[in-house]
Write a protein that binds this ligand. Structure first.
Ligand code: ADP
Ligand code: MG
Length: 696
């Protein structure tokens, strides 16, 4: 007989409604399954004994063996007291302290009994002590386990008795209370091929491993399960969408494309651009709806790909839109399109938040009547009252700034879902792409336009500032332009803005008018002022652009060859990479100078070192993932990825790969999972993609 894992946790012996409520609220444990999958975050190896004479406060957790020497209560208030006992392990003595449950502890502890003591040692008044340690007689029944699980819990949880020890007890209880085995969920072929530990055994071993090897095997099995089920969810929904979703069919290669190719192409496309454009065109001709991720490092020429594919939509009588994360970028795309499409008679429009109400109204009417072919805009595009006559294609630029939810809103804008292209310049480590975007097709531009030299990256501190200014002067004298960027993590932070203003002052002194012209751009300026300044820099009127990270994404001024990043230690790797991508676009030698304080934290040093060593976006993304973990990566918050409890996306790449390939195999042989009723049931109960299936 197998156990029903969805059984409510209240049915577990010793867990009444009030404990169940705490478990649910504090630890998100509601069912037997939740408890079984609430894995320890580490284990205490009880065979690894410490000695009092050698331990110190640094140690997170120690196990000691010894005797209780002396025990007494001390009054600490009218009705409060504490219990102190002296613990002796033969090498030294330590004070044990209890503030609660005193009567019970007093009865429990006996002299002349050898105890196993576990807890975190601390110093109090120069004396080593431990408060509320776990203590049990040697050879007690529960010490059968060599490894003691340690569970994380919350302060509130602890206050209500949900301690690590209590959780250990509950899990023990659950296994004892189960009348059968936890049913295997992975297909036989997976278990056999990878010689995986059966589910029931593995779950038990995750909590109570007998040996280190068993612990490793159990972990490996649970990682595989976690990744397999996630892949199943992604790949199944992708296949379903492919099989059932209707998409607009763009069969015609018409006038606009032809004329653009023959009259307007500003340069020869790179091999990678050609390949990707064809991948997208093929999708658009297939009759099925496209959902594609386009990855290409900064400066790899994604905009042209967007434009060429948008023209196909227009040639087939549809409207296309491009959504950018900032107004600066949207405006830049719009102006580029106007320039590149000049003379073709296409109707291109720009929709941003700062459009005047009347203009917005007119534009919306034109959109609805189908009088706009290509719409460029910010997230103002996804407002509900923006309606299209025949939206056929949506491009989302720099998607790491858009959440899944926002994408879904766009998809809902036409009866037959439009084709979707999501472009990102923040390269995603391969493992991540496999997991996160298992449900999107993917294209990669892995080649930069010819003549680009990798940007030379240099680390500098204040001592080198004069040298830096000299270098900037020489570059400007050679006709080049310079960015100086200040971190502005929070646009409303006054102190950040002050950094920028102080910096601007000192640069104005070092680069005085009329010989030097400066631009400044930050988030508190009006959109109009921002674009005025951007435009002056773009046209080469100004030599230095002093800015916050508003210029981080996508801004394209090929003549700029120097990027100075102030307080570079405050930026994350992907941001630094994005910023550096603003230079090295014009075919000349380019430089990125990372200015930092002298004393850097370990991780800041590591970031700076990575930047100086490589310009390869994929390598940087992997370093980023290693340094920060996926929780902090932009755009991943809404992904299911953070639900991965065990998998380390960098180190576990082989498992990610194995799970993905096996799911792929199974779905290819048996797309409906006819022979895999358990997997079908799993999907029916757990799929996070149902709504996606409907929308797209
Ligand atoms: P990103 O991929 O970062 O969005 P862009 O589309 O902004 O890159 O392109 C970066 C720069 O490279 C632009 O100035 C663009 O005009 C230029 N570019 C794009 N494709 C080519 C090409 N095939 N040959 C030469 N220059 C190109
Ligand atoms: Mg771009």
């Amino acid at each position: 007989m197998s156990v029903d894992l969805s059984t409510n946790i209240t049915y577990l012996k010793g867990v009444g409604p009030s404990r169940a409520e705490t478990l649910g609220k504090e630890l998100d444990i509601h069912t037997y399954r939740d408890l079984l999958y609430y894995f320890p975050f580490r284990y205490v190896d009880r065979s690894h004994l410490s000695t009092i004479s050698t331990i110190n406060e640094e140690e997170p957790f120690v196990v000691l063996r010894g005797n209780i020497r002396d025990m007494h209560t001390i009054a600490t208030g009218k009705s409060s007291q504490r219990l102190e006992a002296l613990f002796d392990d033969g090498t030294g003595q330590m004070v044990l302290v209890w503030f609660q449950g005193i009567r019970w502890i007093k009865e429990l502890l006996k002299p002349n009994v050898t105890y196993l003591l576990m807890g975190k040692p601390t110093y109090f008044n120069g004396q080593l002590q431990m408060s509320h340690p776990d203590i049990e007689p040697m050879g007690a029944a529960s010490s059968g386990h060599q490894f003691l699980p340690v569970y994380s819990t919350t302060e509130k949880g602890k206050g209500k008795g949900i301690t690590s020890k209590a959780i250990t007890h509950m899990v023990d209880m659950l296994f004892a209370q189960m009348s059968g085995q936890v049913e295997e969920i992975l297909p036989d072929e997976a278990v056999q091929h990878y010689r995986l530990m059966p589910r029931h055994t593995a779950l038990h071993a995750m909590h109570f491993p007998k040996t280190a090897t068993e612990m490793q095997q159990a972990t490996m099995r649970m990682k595989f399960e976690e990744l397999f089920l996630m892949q199943l969810d992604y790949q199944f929904s992708r296949n379903e969408r492919k099989r059932h979703s209707q998409g607009h069919q763009f069969n015609v290669v018409g006038d606009n494309l032809n004329r653009f190719f023959h009259e307007k192409m500003p340069f020869e496309m790179t091999g990678a651009q050609k390949r990707v454009v064809h991948e997208i065109w093929n999708d658009m001709r297939s009759g099925r709806q496209m959902n594609r991720l386009l990855q290409g490092d900064v400066g790899s020429g994604k905009t042209l790909v967007a434009l060429l594919t948008m023209l196909l939509a227009v040639d087939n009588g549809f409207q296309a839109c491009l959504m950018a994360p900032t107004e600066i970028l949207a405006t830049q795309h719009y102006n580029n399109f106007l320039r590149m499409l000049d003379g073709l008679g296409l109707r291109v429009a720009l929709l941003t938040g700062s459009l005047k109400a009347a203009e917005k109204r007119t534009l919306k009417q034109r959109l609805k009547k189908g009088e706009v072919d290509i719409l460029v805009g910010t997230h103002a595009l996804i407002e509900r009252d923006v309606e299209f006559a025949r939206l056929g294609y949506v491009v989302i630029d720099e998607q790491h700034r858009f959440g899944v939810e926002q994408r879904a809103k766009l998809w809902a804008k036409s009866e037959v879902a439009p084709h979707i292209l999501v472009m990102t310049a923040t390269p995603i480590p391969r493992t991540l792409a496999m997991t996160l975007y298992g449900d999107l097709e993917s294209s990669v531009i892995d080649e930069l336009p010819p003549g680009r030299e990798p940007v030379r990256t240099i680390h500098g501190t204040d001592a080198k500032r004069l040298q830096l200014f000299d270098f900037m002067r020489r570059q400007i004298a050679a006709g080049r332009q310079v960015y100086v960027v200040y971190p502005l993590i929070n646009e409303s932070e006054k102190s950040d803005l002050k950094d920028l203003m102080d910096g601007y002052e000192s640069i104005s002194r070092a680069f005085p008018l009329p010989h030097y012209q400066l631009s400044i751009v930050h988030g508190q300026m009006s959109a109009e002022d921002k674009s005025f300044e951007m435009d002056r820099f773009k046209r080469g009127v100004t030599h230095i652009m002093v800015a916050t990270t508003v210029i981080e994404v996508g801004v394209d001024v090929p003549n700029a060859t120097v990027m100075v990043i102030e307080n570079a230690e405050r930026f994350g790797l992907s941001q630094l990479h994005q910023l550096r991508g603003r230079v090295g676009r014009g075919g000349g030698a380019s430089y990125c100078v990372l200015m930092t304080r002298d004393d850097l934290s370990k991780s800041a040093r590591e970031r700076i070192r990575t930047m100086c060593q490589t310009t390869d976006g994929f390598k940087i993304a992997e370093a980023d993932l290693k340094l920060r973990g996926p929780g902090d990566l932009q755009g991943l918050r809404q992904s299911g990825l953070l639900e991965l409890k065990l998998t380390d996306l960098v180190d576990d790449e082989p498992i990610v790969r194995a799970a993905r390939d096996m799911v792929g195999d199974i779905l290819q042989r048996d797309p409906d999972l006819t022979n895999y009723p358990k997997l079908r049931r799993y999907l029916a109960q757990h799929s996070t993609h149902q709504q996606w299936g409907k929308i797209s």
